[in-house]
Design a protein around this ligand. Structure first.
Ligand code: SF4
Length: 387
Protein backbone atom coordinates (compact mmCIF):
# COMPACT_ATOMS: atom_id res chain seq x y z
CA UNK A 1 0.00 0.00 0.00
CA UNK A 2 1.14 3.50 -0.67
CA UNK A 3 0.34 7.10 -0.15
CA UNK A 4 -2.88 8.78 -0.94
CA UNK A 5 -4.20 8.80 -4.47
CA UNK A 6 -6.15 11.35 -6.44
CA UNK A 7 -9.66 12.64 -6.13
CA UNK A 8 -11.95 10.64 -8.31
CA UNK A 9 -14.55 12.65 -10.13
CA UNK A 10 -15.63 9.99 -12.59
CA UNK A 11 -19.26 9.31 -11.96
CA UNK A 12 -20.20 5.76 -12.83
CA UNK A 13 -23.65 6.22 -11.35
CA UNK A 14 -24.57 9.09 -13.67
CA UNK A 15 -23.23 7.08 -16.62
CA UNK A 16 -25.41 4.17 -15.51
CA UNK A 17 -28.47 6.44 -15.39
CA UNK A 18 -27.57 7.85 -18.80
CA UNK A 19 -28.11 4.36 -20.21
CA UNK A 20 -31.82 4.80 -19.48
CA UNK A 21 -32.34 8.37 -20.74
CA UNK A 22 -34.74 10.09 -21.02
CA UNK A 23 -36.07 8.04 -18.10
CA UNK A 24 -35.02 9.51 -14.74
CA UNK A 25 -35.45 8.28 -11.19
CA UNK A 26 -39.16 8.37 -10.37
CA UNK A 27 -40.20 7.93 -14.04
CA UNK A 28 -41.97 4.95 -15.56
CA UNK A 29 -39.80 2.49 -17.46
CA UNK A 30 -42.90 0.75 -18.78
CA UNK A 31 -46.38 -0.24 -17.76
CA UNK A 32 -46.46 -0.44 -13.94
CA UNK A 33 -42.63 -0.39 -13.74
CA UNK A 34 -40.96 2.63 -12.10
CA UNK A 35 -37.26 3.42 -11.80
CA UNK A 36 -36.56 4.05 -8.11
CA UNK A 37 -32.77 4.27 -7.74
CA UNK A 38 -29.34 3.46 -9.14
CA UNK A 39 -26.30 2.39 -7.18
CA UNK A 40 -22.66 1.47 -7.77
CA UNK A 41 -21.89 0.46 -4.18
CA UNK A 42 -21.68 -3.28 -4.91
CA UNK A 43 -21.52 -3.42 -8.69
CA UNK A 44 -23.93 -1.61 -11.01
CA UNK A 45 -27.49 -1.89 -9.79
CA UNK A 46 -30.84 -0.38 -10.80
CA UNK A 47 -33.73 -0.47 -8.37
CA UNK A 48 -37.19 -0.64 -9.89
CA UNK A 49 -40.67 -1.07 -8.48
CA UNK A 50 -43.20 -3.30 -10.18
CA UNK A 51 -46.72 -3.08 -8.81
CA UNK A 52 -45.37 -2.36 -5.33
CA UNK A 53 -42.65 -5.04 -5.49
CA UNK A 54 -39.03 -3.88 -5.42
CA UNK A 55 -36.71 -5.59 -7.91
CA UNK A 56 -32.96 -5.03 -8.21
CA UNK A 57 -31.44 -5.28 -11.68
CA UNK A 58 -27.72 -6.11 -11.82
CA UNK A 59 -26.00 -4.54 -14.82
CA UNK A 60 -22.67 -5.90 -16.03
CA UNK A 61 -20.53 -5.51 -19.16
CA UNK A 62 -21.22 -8.30 -21.62
CA UNK A 63 -18.73 -11.13 -21.41
CA UNK A 64 -18.62 -14.44 -23.21
CA UNK A 65 -20.13 -17.17 -21.07
CA UNK A 66 -21.85 -14.87 -18.55
CA UNK A 67 -25.44 -16.00 -18.02
CA UNK A 68 -28.13 -13.37 -17.78
CA UNK A 69 -31.86 -12.83 -17.86
CA UNK A 70 -31.61 -10.28 -20.70
CA UNK A 71 -28.88 -8.58 -22.71
CA UNK A 72 -28.20 -5.65 -25.01
CA UNK A 73 -25.23 -5.37 -27.38
CA UNK A 74 -22.84 -4.30 -24.59
CA UNK A 75 -24.52 -5.19 -21.30
CA UNK A 76 -26.15 -8.09 -19.48
CA UNK A 77 -28.95 -7.84 -16.93
CA UNK A 78 -29.85 -10.08 -14.03
CA UNK A 79 -32.53 -9.63 -11.39
CA UNK A 80 -33.05 -10.34 -7.74
CA UNK A 81 -35.60 -9.43 -5.18
CA UNK A 82 -35.20 -6.06 -3.51
CA UNK A 83 -36.05 -7.77 -0.22
CA UNK A 84 -33.23 -10.23 0.39
CA UNK A 85 -35.47 -12.94 1.74
CA UNK A 86 -38.68 -12.43 -0.23
CA UNK A 87 -39.33 -14.70 -3.21
CA UNK A 88 -39.60 -13.10 -6.66
CA UNK A 89 -41.73 -14.39 -9.48
CA UNK A 90 -39.40 -15.17 -12.42
CA UNK A 91 -41.85 -13.73 -14.95
CA UNK A 92 -41.62 -10.37 -13.15
CA UNK A 93 -37.81 -10.52 -13.18
CA UNK A 94 -37.71 -11.37 -16.88
CA UNK A 95 -40.21 -8.65 -17.74
CA UNK A 96 -38.20 -6.03 -15.87
CA UNK A 97 -34.81 -7.03 -17.27
CA UNK A 98 -36.05 -7.12 -20.87
CA UNK A 99 -37.62 -3.67 -20.38
CA UNK A 100 -34.30 -2.33 -19.05
CA UNK A 101 -32.45 -3.97 -21.96
CA UNK A 102 -34.74 -2.20 -24.48
CA UNK A 103 -34.02 1.21 -22.94
CA UNK A 104 -30.28 0.55 -22.74
CA UNK A 105 -30.15 -0.62 -26.35
CA UNK A 106 -31.29 2.85 -27.43
CA UNK A 107 -28.51 4.64 -25.55
CA UNK A 108 -25.53 2.34 -25.13
CA UNK A 109 -23.51 3.41 -28.18
CA UNK A 110 -23.93 7.10 -27.36
CA UNK A 111 -23.03 6.58 -23.69
CA UNK A 112 -20.25 4.04 -24.26
CA UNK A 113 -17.36 6.50 -23.92
CA UNK A 114 -18.51 7.46 -20.41
CA UNK A 115 -17.63 3.96 -19.28
CA UNK A 116 -14.21 3.84 -20.88
CA UNK A 117 -11.21 4.97 -18.88
CA UNK A 118 -7.61 4.14 -19.56
CA UNK A 119 -6.33 1.60 -17.07
CA UNK A 120 -4.26 3.40 -14.46
CA UNK A 121 -0.85 2.15 -13.54
CA UNK A 122 1.25 2.71 -10.48
CA UNK A 123 0.68 1.99 -6.85
CA UNK A 124 -1.11 5.23 -5.97
CA UNK A 125 -4.39 3.64 -7.04
CA UNK A 126 -4.29 1.30 -4.02
CA UNK A 127 -5.54 3.99 -1.66
CA UNK A 128 -7.68 6.66 -3.26
CA UNK A 129 -9.44 9.59 -1.69
CA UNK A 130 -12.82 9.85 -3.36
CA UNK A 131 -15.72 12.22 -2.97
CA UNK A 132 -19.23 10.81 -3.04
CA UNK A 133 -22.62 12.36 -3.58
CA UNK A 134 -24.48 9.70 -1.61
CA UNK A 135 -23.61 7.58 1.35
CA UNK A 136 -26.70 5.88 2.71
CA UNK A 137 -27.69 2.75 0.78
CA UNK A 138 -31.15 1.38 1.35
CA UNK A 139 -31.40 -2.26 2.35
CA UNK A 140 -34.59 -4.25 2.67
CA UNK A 141 -34.62 -7.56 4.42
CA UNK A 142 -37.68 -9.45 5.64
CA UNK A 143 -39.75 -6.34 4.94
CA UNK A 144 -37.58 -4.16 7.21
CA UNK A 145 -35.83 -1.12 5.71
CA UNK A 146 -32.48 0.20 6.91
CA UNK A 147 -29.52 2.20 5.63
CA UNK A 148 -26.11 0.66 5.06
CA UNK A 149 -23.33 3.18 5.68
CA UNK A 150 -19.78 2.61 4.41
CA UNK A 151 -17.15 5.33 4.84
CA UNK A 152 -14.75 3.09 2.90
CA UNK A 153 -15.06 0.79 -0.09
CA UNK A 154 -12.44 -1.94 -0.22
CA UNK A 155 -10.92 -3.39 2.93
CA UNK A 156 -7.40 -3.85 4.26
CA UNK A 157 -8.43 -6.82 6.41
CA UNK A 158 -8.73 -8.79 3.18
CA UNK A 159 -10.53 -11.96 4.30
CA UNK A 160 -10.27 -14.26 1.30
CA UNK A 161 -13.88 -15.43 1.51
CA UNK A 162 -15.21 -11.85 1.59
CA UNK A 163 -18.21 -11.48 -0.73
CA UNK A 164 -17.41 -7.84 -1.43
CA UNK A 165 -14.48 -8.58 -3.73
CA UNK A 166 -16.42 -9.95 -6.70
CA UNK A 167 -19.27 -7.44 -6.27
CA UNK A 168 -16.84 -4.54 -6.37
CA UNK A 169 -14.78 -5.85 -9.27
CA UNK A 170 -17.19 -4.56 -11.96
CA UNK A 171 -17.15 -0.96 -10.76
CA UNK A 172 -13.40 -1.04 -10.30
CA UNK A 173 -12.89 -2.25 -13.85
CA UNK A 174 -15.20 0.46 -15.18
CA UNK A 175 -13.15 3.04 -13.29
CA UNK A 176 -10.12 1.85 -15.24
CA UNK A 177 -8.31 0.77 -12.10
CA UNK A 178 -5.74 -2.00 -12.34
CA UNK A 179 -6.49 -5.40 -10.91
CA UNK A 180 -4.91 -5.69 -7.48
CA UNK A 181 -5.50 -8.35 -4.84
CA UNK A 182 -8.48 -8.01 -2.52
CA UNK A 183 -7.26 -6.63 0.79
CA UNK A 184 -4.75 -4.26 -0.83
CA UNK A 185 -6.98 -1.40 -1.98
CA UNK A 186 -9.36 1.07 -0.40
CA UNK A 187 -11.45 3.98 -1.62
CA UNK A 188 -11.72 6.36 1.32
CA UNK A 189 -14.84 8.52 1.05
CA UNK A 190 -13.28 11.58 2.53
CA UNK A 191 -16.43 13.70 2.45
CA UNK A 192 -18.47 10.94 4.15
CA UNK A 193 -19.32 12.95 7.29
CA UNK A 194 -20.38 16.00 5.29
CA UNK A 195 -22.61 13.90 3.01
CA UNK A 196 -24.09 12.06 5.97
CA UNK A 197 -24.98 15.35 7.68
CA UNK A 198 -26.91 16.40 4.58
CA UNK A 199 -28.57 13.01 4.10
CA UNK A 200 -29.80 12.95 7.68
CA UNK A 201 -31.73 16.11 6.85
CA UNK A 202 -33.02 14.95 3.48
CA UNK A 203 -33.67 11.24 3.83
CA UNK A 204 -36.01 9.13 5.88
CA UNK A 205 -34.84 8.22 9.40
CA UNK A 206 -34.21 4.47 9.32
CA UNK A 207 -31.88 2.25 11.35
CA UNK A 208 -28.29 2.69 10.17
CA UNK A 209 -25.81 -0.13 9.90
CA UNK A 210 -22.11 0.60 9.53
CA UNK A 211 -21.86 -2.19 7.17
CA UNK A 212 -19.06 -4.58 6.37
CA UNK A 213 -20.71 -5.28 3.01
CA UNK A 214 -18.00 -3.38 1.15
CA UNK A 215 -15.43 -2.73 3.89
CA UNK A 216 -14.83 -3.07 7.60
CA UNK A 217 -15.46 0.28 9.34
CA UNK A 218 -12.34 -0.23 11.48
CA UNK A 219 -9.75 -1.60 9.05
CA UNK A 220 -6.23 -0.18 9.43
CA UNK A 221 -6.76 3.04 7.46
CA UNK A 222 -9.33 4.23 10.00
CA UNK A 223 -6.49 4.92 12.45
CA UNK A 224 -5.18 7.53 10.04
CA UNK A 225 -8.32 8.94 8.42
CA UNK A 226 -11.00 8.56 11.12
CA UNK A 227 -13.84 8.61 8.58
CA UNK A 228 -15.92 6.13 10.56
CA UNK A 229 -15.39 8.18 13.71
CA UNK A 230 -16.42 11.39 11.93
CA UNK A 231 -19.66 9.75 10.79
CA UNK A 232 -20.42 8.52 14.31
CA UNK A 233 -19.78 12.06 15.57
CA UNK A 234 -22.38 13.37 13.11
CA UNK A 235 -24.91 10.82 14.37
CA UNK A 236 -24.15 11.65 18.00
CA UNK A 237 -24.49 15.40 17.34
CA UNK A 238 -27.80 14.76 15.54
CA UNK A 239 -29.02 12.62 18.46
CA UNK A 240 -30.08 10.19 15.76
CA UNK A 241 -33.24 8.56 17.08
CA UNK A 242 -33.05 5.26 15.19
CA UNK A 243 -30.80 2.29 16.05
CA UNK A 244 -27.20 2.60 14.83
CA UNK A 245 -25.32 -0.68 14.45
CA UNK A 246 -21.56 -0.97 14.31
CA UNK A 247 -20.29 -4.35 13.11
CA UNK A 248 -16.59 -5.12 12.76
CA UNK A 249 -13.85 -7.75 12.87
CA UNK A 250 -11.44 -5.25 14.38
CA UNK A 251 -10.72 -4.46 18.04
CA UNK A 252 -9.79 -0.97 16.81
CA UNK A 253 -13.50 -0.19 17.40
CA UNK A 254 -12.58 0.28 21.06
CA UNK A 255 -10.93 3.60 20.26
CA UNK A 256 -14.48 4.85 19.67
CA UNK A 257 -16.25 2.94 22.46
CA UNK A 258 -17.04 6.06 24.48
CA UNK A 259 -18.27 7.95 21.44
CA UNK A 260 -20.45 5.04 20.30
CA UNK A 261 -21.95 4.84 23.77
CA UNK A 262 -23.24 8.39 23.29
CA UNK A 263 -25.54 7.27 20.44
CA UNK A 264 -29.14 7.31 21.65
CA UNK A 265 -29.65 3.75 20.40
CA UNK A 266 -26.20 2.28 19.80
CA UNK A 267 -25.46 -1.36 19.06
CA UNK A 268 -21.92 -2.78 18.97
CA UNK A 269 -21.16 -6.09 17.32
CA UNK A 270 -18.33 -8.26 16.10
CA UNK A 271 -18.16 -10.89 13.38
CA UNK A 272 -16.73 -14.10 14.76
CA UNK A 273 -17.05 -17.21 12.57
CA UNK A 274 -15.17 -19.49 15.01
CA UNK A 275 -13.53 -19.29 18.40
CA UNK A 276 -10.55 -21.38 17.24
CA UNK A 277 -7.62 -18.96 16.88
CA UNK A 278 -5.68 -21.19 14.45
CA UNK A 279 -8.67 -21.48 12.15
CA UNK A 280 -9.22 -17.71 12.30
CA UNK A 281 -5.54 -17.16 11.46
CA UNK A 282 -5.93 -19.45 8.46
CA UNK A 283 -8.99 -17.63 7.06
CA UNK A 284 -8.69 -14.09 8.45
CA UNK A 285 -4.95 -13.59 9.05
CA UNK A 286 -5.14 -9.80 9.30
CA UNK A 287 -8.25 -9.48 11.46
CA UNK A 288 -8.23 -9.21 15.26
CA UNK A 289 -7.97 -12.48 17.16
CA UNK A 290 -11.00 -14.14 18.71
CA UNK A 291 -9.77 -13.09 22.16
CA UNK A 292 -9.49 -9.46 21.02
CA UNK A 293 -12.95 -9.49 19.50
CA UNK A 294 -14.47 -11.01 22.63
CA UNK A 295 -12.69 -8.41 24.73
CA UNK A 296 -14.08 -5.71 22.43
CA UNK A 297 -17.61 -6.97 23.11
CA UNK A 298 -17.02 -6.72 26.85
CA UNK A 299 -15.80 -3.14 26.62
CA UNK A 300 -18.63 -2.08 24.31
CA UNK A 301 -21.18 -3.73 26.58
CA UNK A 302 -19.69 -2.09 29.67
CA UNK A 303 -19.73 1.26 27.88
CA UNK A 304 -23.51 0.90 27.56
CA UNK A 305 -24.03 -0.41 24.03
CA UNK A 306 -26.30 -3.30 23.26
CA UNK A 307 -23.93 -5.97 21.98
CA UNK A 308 -24.45 -8.60 19.32
CA UNK A 309 -22.37 -10.97 17.21
CA UNK A 310 -22.47 -12.27 13.68
CA UNK A 311 -21.36 -15.84 12.97
CA UNK A 312 -20.90 -16.23 9.21
CA UNK A 313 -19.71 -18.37 7.58
CA UNK A 314 -19.38 -21.37 9.87
CA UNK A 315 -15.76 -22.47 10.22
CA UNK A 316 -14.52 -25.50 12.16
CA UNK A 317 -14.15 -24.93 15.90
CA UNK A 318 -15.68 -25.70 19.27
CA UNK A 319 -19.33 -24.58 19.08
CA UNK A 320 -20.00 -25.04 22.80
CA UNK A 321 -17.06 -22.79 23.67
CA UNK A 322 -18.27 -20.26 21.07
CA UNK A 323 -21.81 -20.31 22.47
CA UNK A 324 -20.50 -19.87 26.04
CA UNK A 325 -18.21 -17.00 25.03
CA UNK A 326 -20.95 -15.17 23.15
CA UNK A 327 -23.64 -15.80 25.75
CA UNK A 328 -21.45 -14.08 28.34
CA UNK A 329 -21.09 -10.96 26.19
CA UNK A 330 -24.00 -10.37 23.82
CA UNK A 331 -27.78 -10.11 23.81
CA UNK A 332 -28.28 -11.61 20.38
CA UNK A 333 -26.47 -13.39 17.56
CA UNK A 334 -27.07 -13.40 13.85
CA UNK A 335 -26.24 -16.69 12.15
CA UNK A 336 -25.63 -17.22 8.46
CA UNK A 337 -23.90 -19.80 6.30
CA UNK A 338 -21.14 -19.79 3.69
CA UNK A 339 -22.39 -18.42 0.38
CA UNK A 340 -19.56 -19.30 -1.98
CA UNK A 341 -15.83 -19.49 -1.30
CA UNK A 342 -14.98 -16.33 -3.31
CA UNK A 343 -11.18 -15.98 -3.17
CA UNK A 344 -10.73 -18.60 -0.44
CA UNK A 345 -10.60 -21.69 -2.67
CA UNK A 346 -7.01 -22.42 -1.55
CA UNK A 347 -7.82 -22.04 2.14
CA UNK A 348 -10.81 -24.37 1.84
CA UNK A 349 -8.81 -26.85 -0.23
CA UNK A 350 -6.80 -27.61 2.91
CA UNK A 351 -8.02 -31.11 3.98
CA UNK A 352 -8.71 -29.78 7.49
CA UNK A 353 -11.36 -27.41 6.12
CA UNK A 354 -12.69 -28.89 2.86
CA UNK A 355 -15.81 -30.24 4.59
CA UNK A 356 -16.79 -26.69 5.63
CA UNK A 357 -17.80 -25.85 2.04
CA UNK A 358 -20.56 -28.45 2.19
CA UNK A 359 -23.97 -26.72 2.44
CA UNK A 360 -25.32 -29.52 4.63
CA UNK A 361 -22.43 -29.11 7.09
CA UNK A 362 -23.02 -25.34 7.21
CA UNK A 363 -26.76 -25.86 7.89
CA UNK A 364 -26.05 -28.43 10.60
CA UNK A 365 -23.58 -26.15 12.37
CA UNK A 366 -26.03 -23.26 12.17
CA UNK A 367 -28.76 -25.42 13.74
CA UNK A 368 -26.36 -26.67 16.44
CA UNK A 369 -25.19 -23.21 17.41
CA UNK A 370 -28.75 -21.85 17.33
CA UNK A 371 -29.80 -24.56 19.82
CA UNK A 372 -26.78 -23.89 22.06
CA UNK A 373 -27.49 -20.16 22.10
CA UNK A 374 -31.20 -20.69 22.67
CA UNK A 375 -30.40 -22.90 25.67
CA UNK A 376 -28.34 -20.01 27.06
CA UNK A 377 -31.17 -17.49 26.58
CA UNK A 378 -29.54 -15.69 23.65
CA UNK A 379 -31.78 -14.52 20.81
CA UNK A 380 -30.85 -15.74 17.34
CA UNK A 381 -31.81 -13.62 14.36
CA UNK A 382 -31.56 -13.26 10.62
CA UNK A 383 -32.11 -10.16 8.51
CA UNK A 384 -30.27 -6.86 9.03
CA UNK A 385 -31.29 -5.85 12.54
CA UNK A 386 -31.31 -7.48 15.98
CA UNK A 387 -34.72 -8.25 17.43
S1 SF4 B 1 -13.32 -7.58 7.36
FE1 SF4 B 1 -15.31 -7.81 6.37
S2 SF4 B 1 -15.26 -6.41 4.61
FE2 SF4 B 1 -13.15 -6.69 5.30
S3 SF4 B 1 -12.36 -8.34 4.04
FE3 SF4 B 1 -13.12 -9.28 5.95
S4 SF4 B 1 -15.23 -9.88 5.47
FE4 SF4 B 1 -14.60 -8.40 3.87
Amino acid sequence: MTGIGDWDDFDVRSALLALLEPVCIGDALGDGVTLRDASTETGLKLVVEVDGVVVEVDVAPKEAGRRSAAASARWTFGYRTGDKNAPLDATVGLRVTSLVAQHVARNEERVATRFVRPVSTGTSTRVRHVKVERLLERQTNLGVHSWALSPYVGCLVGCRFCYAQSRLAVTRTLLGLPEVPWGSWVDARINAAEVLRRELREREALPIKFSPIVSDPYHALETKLRLTRQCVEVLVEAKYPQPVLMLTREARVLEDAELLARLPRGFGGVSLPTIDEDVLKHFEPRASTAAERLRALEVLRDAGLETFALVQPFLPGNLVALADALAARVKSVRLDVLRGVEGAADQFADPRFAHATDAKWQDEKRAELAALLDARGIKVWSGELPP
